[in-house]
Design a binder for this molecule. Structure first.
Ligand code: ATP
Length: 441
């Protein structure tokens, strides 16, 4: 079908408790969302798939989980304290604050049909640079404590642990360090659901290479990262790689490409792949006084590795999966909403449904459910008409449903229903574990 609207995706997420506004009983808080049961499972599948490609399928990347609050010098060295800013303007009339570089997408506080600055009464200040890092204090007394920051990206923790990792993991470039965790940015642009939030999980990998191999590894990761999203089942036509123009590049980067997805808000960044050169290790060496370089034990050759960084967002991947999978069709004259998620991404792999709540159906169904859930995430549901139960599973993207009926008790077969083809195959119950695990990998 045609791409869904963001409103349709938001409504489904709320209705089925995947993702909903945080602090709702207090009226919510801007750009902050909570993940409910199915949302947690979907997010976990994304993160697991990322670890699988980075760690299980390669031998040149190691895992790390560094602290969210690091030494404040980290952000001086990285350039975030001085340069991680957005230009903001205030409106003296409506008292709202806007990103100066996003005015064309925003609504005037008093006349929502106009952009800020366009209505007669608008009175915008000059743009001022506003740092996106959240500040807090270590120690009980604010004045006497030291100011620290919630990390705005996970990458810097990796650079701080470069030397330790090099030693304990006994690696030589090219090798990578991968990390998944929360980052925090004081984003003021509202809306667009989980696309831009104050706190979000990143999946970042810093790949350290000999300087003369940086170009070839940049090309490798650029392509590999696009392919990863295709492997998650996202439509290739709705994905693209966009190389940054020279004037878009960050101060540390000699080349950057974004993997973009065609969200309901238009083509937007899912992930950035950057050739960061030796900027980060050189800066942290300068600020810390540590030597952050690779020394070859045999040749004694020493150099500062260059870094290729694929930096992805969990929330933006979840949103791309949801937008891509969302579909509406009609079965027997009834509308249905269905998430056509890749089975590996689906929060629940199989639903087990007794046709009746009597005649031994629930007992046999529970036995089958107990067996299946030892292997995959399964759900038991005996509430309501069978059609309604199928619909509930379709909405959360469950690829398979097993129905137990009177024939099951006679010949030991069940029906296995496919979410997309709607085919209902009669299969022996003792083949279910193999079939379901095969079909949902
Ligand atoms: P944007 O230009 O959209 O603000 P960015 O270029 O600042 O993004 P990076 O610093 O490259 O983003 O961060 C890497 C990834 O982290 C992004 O591709 C995105 O998936 C995710 N990300 C960054 N900021 C946010 C946010 N506020 N909310 C959700 N995800 C985010």
């Amino acid at each position: 079908m045609a791409a869904p609207t963001m409103d349709a995706v938001v409504a489904l997420c709320k209705r089925r408790g995947l993702i909903f506004p945080a602090s709702e009983i207090y009226g919510g808080i801007a750009n902050t969302y909570d993940y409910g049961h199915y949302g947690v499972l979907l997010k976990k599948n994304v993160i697991d798939a990322w670890w699988k490609t980075m760690i299980q399928e390669r031998e040149d990347i190691v895992a790390l989980d560094s602290a969210i609050i690091q030494h404040p010098r980290t952000w001086e060295a990285s350039g975030h304290l001085a340069g991680f800013t957005d230009p903001l303007v205030d409106c003296r009339a409506c008292k709202q604050r806007f990103r100066a570089d996003h005015l064309g997408e925003l609504q005037c506080g008093r006349k929502p049909s106009k952009h800020p600055g366009e209505a007669d009464e608008c009175d915008l200040t000059e743009a001022r640079e506003f740092n996106l890092m959240f500040e807090t204090t270590i120690g009980p007394v604010q004045e006497a404590g030291s100011t620290v920051y919630l990390r705005p990206e996970t990458a810097q923790g990796i650079f701080l642990d470069f030397k330790t990792t090099l030693q304990y993991a006994r690696r030589r470039p090219p090798f990578g360090i991968a990390q998944v965790g929360k980052s925090f940015r004081n984003e003021i642009t509202p809306g667009n659901f989980i696309f831009r939030t104050l706190e979000f999980e990143q999946m970042e990998m810093e790949f350290f290479v000999p300087p003369d191999e940086a170009g070839q590894w940049y090309d490798h990761w650029r392509r590999a990262r696009l392919d990863w999203y295709v492997g998650l089942g996202i439509d290739r036509e709705r994905l693209r790689l966009r190389d940054h123009d020279a004037d878009e590049l960050s101060h540390y980067s000699s080349a950057t490409a974004d993997v973009e997805y065609l969200y309901p808000i238009g083509w937007s960044e899912l992930e950035g792949i950057a050739n960061r050169g030796d900027f980060d290790l050189t800066q942290h060496a300068r600020f810390s006084g540590e030597r952050l370089e690779y020394v070859d034990a045999n040749t004694k050759e020493r150099y500062v590795p260059h870094v290729i960084e694929p930096a992805a967002g969990v929330g933006r991947t979840v949103l791309a999966l949801l937008c891509d999978a969302y579909d509406e069709d009609e079965i027997g004259g009834e509308r249905r909403t269905v998430l056509r998620l890749h089975p590996a991404m689906a929060p629940v792999k199989v639903a087990v449904l007794p046709l009746l709540r009597k005649d031994g159906h629930p007992e046999r169904a529970r036995e089958i459910y107990e067996e299946l859930r030892r292997h995959v995430n399964a759900e038991y549901d005996d509430g309501g008409h069978i059609g309604r139960r199928y619909r509930r599973q379709d909405e959360i993207g469950t690829p398979l449903a097993v129905t137990i009926d009177h024939q099951t008790l006679e010949d030991g077969t069940v029906t296995l229903r496919n979410r997309d083809t709607l085919a209902q195959d009669r299969v022996p119950a003792d083949e279910l574990v193999d079939r379901v695990t095969d079909l949902t990998r």
